[in-house]
Design a protein around this ligand. Structure first.
Ligand SMILES: NC(=O)c1ccc[n+]([C@@H]2O[C@H](COP(=O)([O-])OP(=O)(O)OC[C@H]3O[C@@H](n4cnc5c(N)ncnc54)[C@H](O)[C@@H]3O)[C@@H](O)[C@H]2O)c1
Length: 180
């Protein structure tokens, strides 16, 4: 299954890290934050992270440069329109996450996977703001079964396959993920 362009929303601690590993895995990444200063700070974190990989000999300089070239960082939410998966990593509050999922539902294609990085919120509650959320919402971190309303979960056929070792940024589908 080809994921295509990866969208990341929120370029704080988690979003910058998620964007970095996606770039390292060879993906084109479109990352969005609400203000240019947060975008700039996120890009600086990503670049520092790539530099560290090169320093440690875990990545070549040209590969790091190519990774930087695959990143688009913006405040424009519409830039996420072409993403195959959008990973949300914004503040840990339900209302903003739901507002974002409603916006992504409007902007993104019907096949786009919307993923939440929530630590403790109900994945089902976040997903409920999107009309396509139940078939295509996964969590990027392991979640407790209590975070998912099992009455809303459906088949797992549309979830991405378990990641291989070079592609570990999406949790493998498990019973703890909303699925469909
Ligand atoms: N920090 C951790 O160790 C950790 C671990 C696992 C999961 N999480 C979860 O990941 C998510 C992000 O956590 P974090 O620590 O990276 O937060 P953070 O505060 O470092 O970053 C959040 C970013 O989201 C941006 N943002 C807020 N609303 C936005 C919107 N509508 N659109 C785009 N950007 C928006 C903020 O400007 C900020 O840059 C949370 O749900 C958190 O619970 C965090």
């Amino acid at each position: 299954m080809s994921i295509g362009t990866v969208g990341v929303v929120g370029l704080g601690t988690m979003g910058a890290g998620i964007a970095q590993v996606c770039l390292e895995a060879g993906h084109v990444v479109v990352a969005r934050d609400v203000e240019q200063r947060f975008v700039d700070a996120g890009v600086a974190k990503i670049e520092a992270g790539l530099d560290k990989r090169v320093e440690k000999g875990l990545m070549t300089g040209p590969d790091a440069e190519a990774a930087r070239g695959r990143l688009t960082a913006t405040t424009d939410v519409d830039a996420l329109a072409g993403a195959g998966i959008v990973i949300e990593a914004i503040v840990e509050e339900l209302a903003p996450k739901q507002a974002l999922f409603a916006e992504l539902d409007r902007i993104c294609g019907a096949d786009t996977i919307l993923a939440t990085n929530t630590s403790a919120l109900s994945v089902s509650a976040v997903a409920s703001a999107s009309s396509r959320a139940l078939p295509s919402t996964v969590s990027t971190v392991p979640v407790k079964p209590s975070n998912v309303d099992s009455s809303l979960a459906t088949a797992t056929s549309r979830l991405p396959p378990a990641p291989d070792p070079s592609n570990q940024y999406v949790a493998p589908p498990t019973e703890t993920c909303d699925s469909g």
